[in-house]
Design a protein around this ligand. Structure first.
Ligand SMILES: Cc1cc2nc3c(=O)[nH]c(=O)nc-3n(C[C@H](O)[C@H](O)[C@H](O)COP(=O)(O)OP(=O)(O)OC[C@H]3O[C@@H](n4cnc5c(N)ncnc54)[C@H](O)[C@@H]3O)c2cc1C
Ligand SMILES: NC(=O)c1ccc[n+]([C@@H]2O[C@H](COP(=O)([O-])OP(=O)(O)OC[C@H]3O[C@@H](n4cnc5c(N)ncnc54)[C@H](O)[C@@H]3O)[C@@H](O)[C@H]2O)c1
Length: 525
């Protein structure tokens, strides 16, 4: 099976048009508190004795109780300490941390809790990729034979695969909702709008709007698919990831326009489920794609396919937020923020008590980045200054094999080194040298680390191979915490594990002798 996606960076732009237009108290001991919280995508529930509860958790429980009793106000004359507009992963992460910090918190959601990631993004796409990974493996006769396995036939039930993705999204959505309810976050329904300083109005169409005041406001309104001009989306033959995740069909011939994260991940899904590599067809396929040179605008080729997935990026969802009421002007729709996620106005000044996190600020359109930015904001409004180091945030593409990265690429590191006057070194290793990968018959993989030999600072790590998305965290945590290679070299990794791929990199690095083992200043963003 093959997959090709069309990329503007490969000097082509595409125009597509569709032809077929188409809590139980039971068993609780006296003084025991039951709690639920979301960590990652999973709802973690447990219990603790009040007398032993950590201070932060105790504050959260008290906040929940106060909220349940209808206690009003933030204590500063505002209705809330914090109001968050948008209950995606960014808003959710901020809300949970805020209640942990004892802040009276409300979250306003205009559609469904969970936003893009849970309902139309990370969660359903990873469910589909879990299926495509298994299909790919079962189809790989050579791989199976080398493990001594025989597979006589494989197949899949499209609707059952689609149900798996949909059911997972529903489950995670209710986990998110329940975790916020359990922690005492007020979930308000309707479209939110800023009507003045520290003032938000929200409501559903056809119902009277309500106005609330908040000491601090976080905008976390996310993004929607970006569709280039000239492309007509019908949701059946020309569609975006919003439609594709429902897996209503698996077209024989599909063109994926855009070879970013979504293009690559959907190539993986579709090819594993039987779609082909696009080639020009002349049998009256319903979708026409014109390949146009991005620079010269010269027409190169026309493709005819059954369907086209438009995966050409995402646009911020910031219309109708009332930003004009507070002198904020968006930049290509993104809300301008400083390094603390504080919104800046048209004159470049910080708007007090107003923050924007996640896809809507465009800094890094990843779920965990949105959540981390939200937590960083809550740290600040709780009185602890905090700047998130975006270079320590890992990213992963969940293809087979996976791709992951953190920090700088080699060209970026070399440019920085030239500007700042330091040396850069690079080490690489192969999964072929890793026992666990070989036991899995998955030796096709590489890892690369870019670092400073003078200080032992990691500048970037890039991994392509089995479980690369999980492996990257040792490097991202080292960057976040400022751990240097001279310390990491001495860390012990269990054998045989894939984590030894990282161990190889750390041990292969040559840090100048004389550099202390205890250098541990955090790396600047
Ligand atoms: C197909 C796909 C796969 C992805 N896979 C991954 C992945 O594997 N890993 C990863 O890290 N990222 C992934 N992403 C990106 C990730 O989904 C986003 O980065 C993340 O959802 C951004 O979170 P957010 O909270 O900023 O916004 P969103 O998740 O978009 O949430 C914003 C919420 O705000 C609500 N809202 C908007 N305006 C208003 C308003 N005025 N009033 C009230 N509510 C409002 C919306 O209804 C929505 O619920 C994927 C994205 C897509 C499309
Ligand atoms: N695993 C993950 O973390 C994951 C998965 C999916 C999405 N996401 C997030 O969602 C966002 C959106 O994903 P995406 O893949 O749509 O965007 P993207 O920005 O990653 O890639 C879009 C690609 O489309 C190309 N393109 C744009 N216009 C084009 C045109 N007219 N013709 C041909 N190519 C064109 C661009 O050059 C680019 O390569 C990403 O920024 C990413 O942060 C993350």
């Amino acid at each position: 099976m093959h997959s090709v996606s069309i990329s503007a960076s490969a000097s082509a732009s595409a125009i597509a048009s569709g032809g077929a237009r188409s809590k139980a108290a039971a068993g609780r001991r006296p003084g025991e508190i039951r709690f639920c919280g979301l960590r990652g995508d999973a709802l973690a529930c447990g219990s603790l004795r009040a007398s032993h509860a950590a201070a932060a958790t105790r504050r959260a429980v008290l906040r929940a109780a106060a909220s349940a009793n209808g206690a009003a106000g933030s204590g500063d004359g505002f209705d809330y300490d914090l109001v968050i507009i948008g209950a995606g992963v960014g808003g959710h992460g901020a809300a949970l941390h805020a209640v942990e910090e004892g802040l009276k918190t409300a979250i306003i959601e205009g559609d469904v809790v969970g936003g893009t990631c849970v309902n139309r993004g990370c969660v359903p796409s990873k469910a589909l990729l879990a299926v495509s990974g298994r299909m790919r493996e079962l189809h790989d006769e050579h791989h199976m034979k080398s493990l001594g396995l025989q597979v006589s036939s494989t197949g899949y039930d499209r609707q059952a695969v689609a149900d798996h993705a949909n059911n997972l999204a529903s489950k995670i959505r209710s986990n998110l909702t329940n975790s916020m309810k359990a922690m005492g976050v007020d979930i308000l329904t309707g479209f939110g709008k800023i009507v003045g300083k520290q003032k938000v109005r929200y409501g559903k169409v056809g119902f009277p709007e309500k106005e609330i005041t908040a000491k601090n406001i976080i905008i976390a309104t996310g993004s929607v698919p970006f569709v280039p001009k000239g492309i007509e989306i019908d949701g059946k033959t020309v569609f975006t990831s919003d439609h594709a995740l429902k897996l209503e069909s698996v077209p024989d011939w599909i063109a994926i326009v855009g070879s970013g994260y979504i293009g690559l991940e959907f190539s993986d899904v579709y090819t594993a489920l039987g779609s082909e590599k696009i080639t020009p067809a002349k049998d009256g396929k319903p979708v026409l794609i014109e390949l146009i040179d991005a620079k010269t605008k010269e027409h190169k080729e026309t493709l005819e396919v059954d369907a086209a997935l438009i995966a050409t990026g995402r646009a911020p969802f910031t219309n109708g937020l009332g930003l004009e009421n507070i002198n904020v002007v968006t930049q290509r729709g993104f809300i301008p923020v400083d390094e603390r996620m504080q919104v800046t106005d048209a004159d470049g000044n910080v708007v007090p008590n107003l923050f924007c996190i996640g896809d809507a600020n465009g800094k890094l359109m990843l779920a965990h980045a949105a959540s981390a930015q939200g937590i960083s904001v809550v740290e600040q409004i709780s009185g602890r200054d905090h700047i998130l180091n975006h270079l320590s945030i890992p990213a992963a593409c969940f293809t087979h094999p996976e791709i992951s990265m953190v920090g700088l690429t080699e060209p970026q590191a070399r440019e920085k080194a030239d500007n700042e006057g330091f040396e850069v070194s690079v080490v690489k290793t192969s999964f072929k040298a890793n026992t666990k990968a070989l036991a899995e018959n998955e030796g096709d993989g590489i890892a690369k680390m870019i670092y400073r030999p003078d200080t032992g600072e990691i500048l970037g790590v890039h991994i392509l191979g089995l479980h690369a998305a999980d492996l990257i965290h040792e490097a991202s945590n080292a960057i976040a915490l400022g751990t240097r290679l001279q310390e990491l070299k001495l860390a012990v990794h269990a054998h045989p594990t894939l984590s030894e791929v990282l161990d190889e990199l750390f041990k292969a690095a040559k840090v100048n002798s004389g550099v202390s083992h205890s250098v541990n200043e955090p790396v600047a963003a």
